[in-house]
Design a protein around this ligand. Structure first.
Ligand SMILES: [Zn+2]
Length: 144
């Protein structure tokens, strides 16, 4: 009896601690975001990065390696919850060559395949990154 109560208290404490961690993370992210809106901070960051390229490279390589399992896991989860999207991407990636200019702005090189409709995997628009962002936004708005 005493033991179960202690165990319960333990998990409760752990839960609270995790909640605090999550709050902390959100707060940290928020402050980072605010910092980035300050041109001075952005400038400093740029200077730091340009002076520490070698360090940066090592760091990003290491963090990529560290995050690999997470990335793989997220990809897997995404694939499982969005099988249609995933299939459309693979299909289009195999069969539709990226070439020429973006079909919307006709200025930048096309680097992305945009699916207006995932149920038609081979109907894609070849777009540049900025236009693709816009196109995705439009689709989200149309879905609503
Ligand atoms: Zn474009």
């Amino acid at each position: 009896m005493v033991l179960t109560i202690e165990v319960k208290l333990g998990t409760l404490k752990l839960g609270i601690r995790n909640m605090d961690k999550e709050k902390e993370r959100i707060r940290w992210r928020e402050s980072k975001r605010k910092q980035r809106q300050n041109p001075l901070v952005v400038q400093k960051e740029k200077e730091y990065k340009s002076k520490n390229t070698e360090k940066q490279k090592v760091y990003s390589r290491e963090s990529a390696r560290r995050n690999m399992p997470k990335v793989v896991q997220r990809t897997k989860e995404f694939r499982e919850s969005n099988p249609e999207k995933y299939k459309a991407w693979i299909e289009a990636g195999k069969k539709i060559k990226l070439e020429g200019l973006c079909q919307r702005c006709k200025k930048n090189r096309a680097t992305d395949r945009h699916h207006p409709d995932y149920s038609k995997p081979l109907e894609v628009e070849l777009l540049c990154k900025p236009c693709h962002k816009k196109a995705d936004k439009e689709r989200i708005e149309n879905d609503r």
